[in-house]
Write a protein that binds this ligand. Sequence first.
Ligand code: GLN
Length: 535
Amino acid sequence: MQTETKYIFVTGGVMSGLGKGVVSSSIAKLLQLSNQKVSCVKIDPYLNYDAGTMNPIAHGEVFVTDDGGECDMDIGNYERFLNQSIPRTHNITTAQIYSTVIEAERRGEYLGACVQIIPHVTDAIKERIRKIAKGEGLDVLVVECGGTVGDIESLPFLEALRQMRLEEGSSNVIFVHVTLAPSLDVVGEQKTKPTQHSVQELRRIGIQPDLMAVRCSRPLETSAKRKISLFSNVSERDVFSCHDAESILMVPQMLYDQGIIDVIFKKFGKMGLVNTSANWDKWNSVVNSFSNLHDQVRIAMVGKYVKLADSYVSVNQALKHAGAKIGKNVVIDWIDSEELDGNLDNLAQYNGIIVPGGFGERGAEGIISTANFAREKNIPYLGICFGFQLAAVAFGRYVCGLADANSTEINPSTQNPVIDLLPEQKFIENKGGSLRLGANEIKVEDNTLGFRLYKSNTIFKRHRHRYEFNQKYLEMFNKHGLLFSGYSDSRKRMEILEIPSHKFYLGVQFHPEFNSRPGYPEESFEAFIRASSTA
Ligand code: GLN
């Protein structure tokens, strides 16, 4: 018999960027460690249908799911914390909800009615959330509502969550409010006024938080906790300190130590906790593997969106996962390919060079030179998607002698389009959701670097691209010493390139970073960091 699903709704106050995603993931992780079947949902109240059309410099990386969703980067946090794949339906946006309602209206499903935000839009939101919880047979679903309380855009969502509490009953729904207690200098008093205001705002729309998660640089002082408790109408025991930690992976333990799991279980009326020490042993060994790493591996990440660390969060994380697994401290220097300006010598000091994904002409020449530099200087190179494509362009230019080799994304009239549009992309007009997306099967050739690292002839990897290697140049590249060791769709598309004579030169058309998890680094990252840490 399926037990009733419980819901935890996480809202945010004061300002964005407080780490609601980490709090949500950490609570979900604690429930998973307590043997609950759990998953997470992210609500993004913006009007984009999905994150695919948004600039990574402003919004952080676009995270791609197995089933081809272009999602908010919090979905990546959930996957990494829970070590489980999250389907695209778990990222809900205003556009998706309104489309559902408008389509239903056109079909005549509301005949006679005036279609309104309450109840029609809020009903659509609740239905979407319940469908996930029931459809996946979850014990607990954690739903994180993006934005900050007080935003106009998030009102219908918060209203829907408020209604759910009424309908599901208070023993089945918990509201967690994430806020900030700033202090003006390192030792100064922790201020609670912003938190007080944000709780007032939340209550104004009918939501009384059950738990408060307060971000602060130092552990939350008793006096601040007391004040927050009083003004928020939340007992002191239910105010949790989320202070700065060495790593976000330490946040579950931080919340556990303050008793959050007992509080949640008590509120949900869940009894009879089983022994979960084996789960904890495994998790702790993963978390501990990230501490006390003294041996440095220096990696240059040369890309287009390096100005915001969040633009490549999965790549950064994957490098760290790989380092932790082999006991190395991976230090990443982000280098803007646009600013390289032909001055590559600086790159010689690094143990490895990685080029992540990217779109468009700007900064592409810097990447092409970087890929060539790594090849010439025998520096380990990992090129992802754009980094795969531009490594092929560099090889075409500097090894095969095709002086104007290029990608048609960068120069549409090149005489040597070694990277060209996917044939099925030629007639696509809409930009949203129209790339080649999601996990696809890839065949890997025996006796290659690709096979040595994946140890399998068949792998599934996530994609997000419009361009690919042009097979017209296959033979020429092979002759000059570049091998395509992985391909898909009966060799129609090249997926992995390598240069066997090089120390480590690997390009992948897919995005391995989305499959990397703490304790379980994605294979190409692990091999890259291993190669980068040997002289
Ligand atoms: N811009 C390239 C393409 O569309 C690469 C995309 C990427 O790096 N994700 O194919």
